[in-house]
Ligand binder design. Structure first.
Ligand SMILES: [Cu+2]
Length: 123
């Protein structure tokens, strides 16, 4: 059971990544939900990687589900000039056009110790 629980964040991340990748051939509007969670003391946005085709109009719904204090966490993709603060219980939406291909870090600008994720924009 413990092993299953340990693998859960990874499994969730892989599932969400493959769903987005499956439609990477057709630039379009894409929506993904990212959830900030705390797992055994570590905070991270999941899925850890989001993959989108270059040119896609991307909508990211951000949900801060971290139960411990503080009640605010950041969501930043510096390469895309995105920087938001998300309060627990108050989902926020970020929209951008993925006009630059590459791999870009996603982090919490308020607490740099968080595990960082990445945005992958496929040319
Ligand atoms: Cu944070």
């Amino acid at each position: 059971m413990r092993r299953l629980v340990t693998m859960l964040p990874v499994a969730l991340s892989l599932i969400a990544t493959s769903i987005l990748s499956a439609s990477a051939a057709q630039p379009a509007a894409m929506t993904v939900t990212m959830v900030n969670v705390e797992y055994e003391g570590t905070k991270m946005w999941l899925p850890g990687t989001i993959t989108v085709p270059k040119g896609a109009k991307v909508t990211v719904k951000l949900v801060n589900n971290v139960p411990s204090e503080p009640a605010q966490h950041g969501f930043a993709i510096p390469a895309y000039n995105i920087q938001e603060v998300v309060n627990r219980g108050e989902p926020k939406t970020v929209e951008f056009t993925a006009d630059k291909a590459g791999v870009f870090p996603i982090s919490c600008q308020l607490h740099p110790a968080h595990v960082a994720g990445q945005l992958v924009v496929v040319p």
